[in-house]
Design a binder for this molecule. Sequence first.
Ligand code: FE
Ligand code: FE
Ligand code: ZN
Length: 318
Amino acid sequence: MAFFCIIFIYFFCCCIIYLEMRYYMIIGSHVSFNKNEQLVGSVRESISYGANTFMFYTGAPQNTRRLPIDSSLTREAFSLMKENGIDFNNVIVHAPYIVNLANEKNFDFSISFLREELKRVEELGFDKVVLHPGSHVGIGSDKAIENIVYCLNKVLVDTNVKVLLETMAGKGTEVGINFSEIRKIIDGIDNKANIGVCLDTCHIHDAGYDVSDFDSVLSEFDNIIGLDKLLCIHINDSKNVIGAHKDRHENIGYGYIGFDNMINIIYNERVKDVPKILETPYVKDDSGSYPPYKFEIEMIKNKKFNDNLYNDVIDYYK
Ligand code: FE
Ligand code: FE
Ligand code: ZN
């Protein structure tokens, strides 16, 4: 009798573990962080999308004006996160994209701003900041990589925050457009524990990687950089063909990567612990624009393409 009980308990546990694995996914989207609600607003927005993580800018992405952080709002946000199963370890901050470490122009400002930004992120209780490596604007990528390394070595001191270099599409004079360039930057960093990578599916597709064979892409990443450095994935379809070097995001399943490939990327076992963040475009009509994330996350969880996404979004928010 005892024997059968043990067998039964064993199978029961196996079933639970299997179900957990099947449904375990760290997914969210880019959300806003406004001056009145700050992090509380970001958390509420994520919850409304059915997400269990999120990414935000600490102010407008296109400028470096930043307001002081209200610690009572931060505390409120953390209890809200706890109640709703959002683990703060999976939350991502994005540095403003005008910070360009690749070119000497505004060097000192970029360094001091980034230092401040890491402090803000630490104050908010998070530890990961995604950063675009930058654009060389004519000086060539070798010199640009030297510059990025120089700046990051000045920024990554006395901090618990990790900077995640984002893989870029190769638009204009962008740097970090393949795994080797990212590796070269990492090689120059003194504080290697505080440097990681954010893989953007639209960007690597536009840069020429064939994401329909994501396992091979991951193997290449592992050989050149190491999968332990992969700390965030931006989940975007692309408006352009592979290798287009454009960087125009598309809604999941509506672009050249396609729904099945996106699902295979998201559910790949090798990246199951990596937070996945949607940065797909808002749905627009004459009266405004609306976030697609609630419906995209639904599609992803159900593994079923919604060919009525635009109307569903508009009907829901209008
Ligand atoms: Fe980005
Ligand atoms: Fe991105
Ligand atoms: Zn992009």
